[in-house]
Design a protein around this ligand. Sequence first.
Ligand SMILES: [Zn+2]
Length: 170
Amino acid sequence: MKIKCDFCKTEYTIPKIPAVPVKCAICGHSWMIKTRARKNPLLLFLAALCALISAVIFSIVAVSTYRSHMEAKSPLAASIVKTELAPDGNGINHFIVSGIIENRSDEFYSPPNIIVLSYDENGKQIGSGEQFTPPVPILESGARAAFVYTLRAPSAGVKKISVKLGAFEK
Ligand SMILES: [Zn+2]
């Protein structure tokens, strides 16, 4: 069998586990090799099977809980209060989006990223949106939090802006 020095990690091959402490020939460290209890392979298999089944059940429960939060309750909502234009250092205008996120449920929630979407004059979405982290890490039941975000993309060609929450995207 193979053993490894606890200290310098040198490996040795020995015929059987000695009852006395062994000493490493390289670093001089000595240690006691613990005998491993023989485990019944059938019991090991059953234990692994139980762990697998409970993991599967757990993930099914987790997914369905997540789904019901997402679809049925939709506990968090983001909305725009106002949009303004402000020029950057090069004189290019950018939208400043002010809004709120609110928790309409009776539970605590950690809000997801907020996504700002821009649309052109035909109502077609421009790009994939800009994301930013929520203004607060936790929203209590009924709580609201204000956010202000300046879009990196220039305002030219943008006719409409909307916000949505990242985790609720499907
Ligand atoms: Zn050693």
